[in-house]
Design a protein around this ligand. Sequence first.
Ligand code: BDR
Ligand code: CA
Length: 326
Amino acid sequence: MPQPHPVDTADTATHTLVIDTDPGADDVIALLFAMAAPERLKLQALTTVAGNVQLAKTSRNARLACEWAGRPDIPVYAGALRPLKRTPIYAANIHGKEGLTGVDVYEPAAPLAEGHAVDYLVRMLRAAPEKSVTLAMLGPQTNLALALEQAPDIARGLRELVLMAGAHFNGGNITPTAEFNVFADPHAAEAVLLRSGVPITMLPLDVTHKILTSEARIARLRALGNRAGAIVADILDAYAPQEMKHYDMPGGPVHDATVTAYLLQPSLFKGKRIHVEIDSREGMGFGQTVADWYGSLRRPANVNWIADGDAQGFFDLLTAHIARLP
Ligand code: BDR
Ligand code: CA
């Protein structure tokens, strides 16, 4: 089944980029990583959503990431306060009460951009050339679902969606079947899959649980000697042990940062185009990404599902980019 339109997956591709995010420890690392590659990732704005913690905190943490990257000029638009239909859930047990482990948070100098993230997405995508904007999504997909509902024509401006979302071979991290970003708003994830009609790449737990920290990998980040290296190392030192303990893994995942790595060097990853559906019915499967890896259903492929990645290649790329920051 061909993609809705072809996308450039060369390791040299450039992106006009918006990142939708719910920072979140791993979100902040993904954002610093992306802001360290301005020649490849033309970051237009960040849009924030409630997810790991409440919206006011995810919006503040997104602005902190801009400040720490030396990019306070990047506008941050606050978006959805809550999921489309379900009761809000948060992950403060993993990311801490402020949504960031291991580092002190404070009010950044730059204020939020004026206006709602959904209005920004509609305005920006309507004004954009056809198939030109990559939207990376690192949290629940509420903002894009609302924007598509309000203005279905905006899909025209999208080149592709790259999401940290879902779980199949790995099993879930918030229920036995569901990954947090989808579980936090399954109706939004379903709407994005059904309504966007653009190429979608998902980086699920299947790959993020294969790209794990080690003491040596964190030490290399700290040894960079810059503020960003210390921030990333401090976040990971606090965030990784709890994941290692819970999943009995030798290191911690850096989920959302795999999205940035995929944008910069897709050849680090392996996957295939498959049919994926979201279970949004109440029950044990609520929030599950039902991923038809073997094509049993013979339904059209709608997602480029990433199942594997080069862990050392990821940390080399992350470290080389964090080295460029203040
Ligand atoms: C995802 O959930 C959040 O807690 C992380 O930031 C990541 O986006 C992993 O399931
Ligand atoms: Ca996230």
